[in-house]
Design a protein around this ligand. Structure first.
Ligand code: PEP
Length: 249
C-alpha cells in the first residue's frame, strides 16, 4: 500500500494572528507541486480560525496542537474535539513531548485523547519518543512499545486510516541534534513491528520523523523507506525553509 506522506508544521507557542496571516498568505503563493505530500499547519488555538480561513482554497490543512478528551463540561481552559471540528480543524497533535514533560501528560491521557479523536472522526498525530537517558540505557524499543500499546489499547486497525505517528526522540527536539539515519530507520521499523505485533497493519500507517529537521538534513531522512514525512518545529517558522523541506519529501 502507498502510504500518504506528510509535512506537518508545529508552530508551538509562536505566531499571533498577524504572523499567521502573513506566513500563510506567502505559503498560498508557493507552487505545491509535490502532490504526494500533504501539508498541515498547527498554530495555537487562537490562530486556528485565521488559518482555516486563509487555507480554504488550498490543499494545505490546519491542525491543533492539543485537545481535551471530554466532549464538554467544567474543564476550564480546555478545548474539545467538537469545538475544533466546528471551525474546520480536523487534525490534532497529541502526546507531544513538551505536553508530556511540562504539563505532565501520561500515556493514559494520550490514550483518552486518541479515543476521543477517533470517536469524533478526527485525525490524530500521535507523538512518541524516548528521552536521552532512555536511549543511553538501551530502552528505546521498550519505551516506544509502552507508549504505543497504552495509546492504542482501545483501538482496532479499521479506525487508524487517518492516524499519523510522529517519532520524535525527545533529545532531538529543538536541540539542533538530529537522530542519525540509522537511528531513525531502526525506530521507524520497530514502530511498524510494534503495530504488527498488536493486531494492526503497521505497513499502512504513516510514520513521520520529528527532531531538528531542517532544509539541510531533510533529503537524507526522507529517502528512508519507513519515513513518510516530517513533523517540523523550529524550521517551520520560516516559510522558505519549510517550503524547502516540503520539496525534499
Ligand atoms: C517538534 O516540536 O515537534 C519538533 C520536532 O521541533 P524541532 O523541529 O524544533 O526539533
Amino acid at each position: 500500500m502507498l502510504r500518504t506522506r506528510f509535512c506537518v508544521a508545529n508552530w508551538k507557542m509562536n505566531f499571533n494572528c498577524t504572523d499567521t496571516k502573513s506566513f500563510l498568505e506567502s505559503w498560498n503563493n508557493k507552487e505545491l507541486n509535490n502532490k504526494e505530500v500533504k501539508t498541515i499547519f498547527c498554530p495555537s488555538f487562537t490562530e486556528l480560525n485565521t488559518g482555516v480561513e486563509i487555507l480554504q482554497y488550498s490543499d494545505s490543512e490546519i491542525g491543533a496542537q492539543n485537545v481535551f478528551y471530554e466532549s464538554s463540561g467544567a474543564y476550564t481552559g480546555e478545548v474539545s474535539c467538537s469545538m475544533l471540528k466546528n471551525i474546520g480543524c480536523q487534525w490534532v497533535i497529541i502526546g507531544h513531548s513538551e505536553r508530556r514533560s511540562i504539563f505532565s501528560e501520561t500515556d493514559e491521557m494520550v490514550r483518552n485523547k486518541l479515543d476521543q479523536l477517533i470517536s469524533e472522526r478526527m485525525n490524530p498525530i500521535v507523538c512518541i519518543g524516548e528521552t536521552k537517558t532512555q536511549r543511553e540505557n538501551g530502552k528505546t524499543q521498550e519505551i516506544l512499545s509502552q507508549q504505543l500499546s497504552i495509546a492504542f489499547e482501545n483501538q482496532e486497525d479499521v479506525n487508524l486510516k487517518n492516524t499519523i505517528i510522529a517519532y520524535e526522540p525527545v533529545w532531538a527536539i529543538g536541540t539542533g541534534i538530529t537522530a542519525t539515519v540509522e537511528m531513525v530507520s531502526d525506530a521507524h521499523k520497530s514502530i511498524r513491528n510494534i503495530f504488527n505485533n498488536n493486531g494492526f497493519n503497521g505497513s499502512n500507517i504513516s510514520i513521520l520523523y520529528g527532531g531538528s529537521v531542517t532544509d539541510g538534513n531533510a533529503t537524507e531522512l526522507s529517502e528512508l523507506t519507513d519515513v513518510d514525512g516530517f513533523l517540523v518545529g523550529g524550521a517551520s517558522l520560516d516559510v522558505d525553509k519549510f517550503y524547502a523541506i516540503y520539496n525534499q519529501l
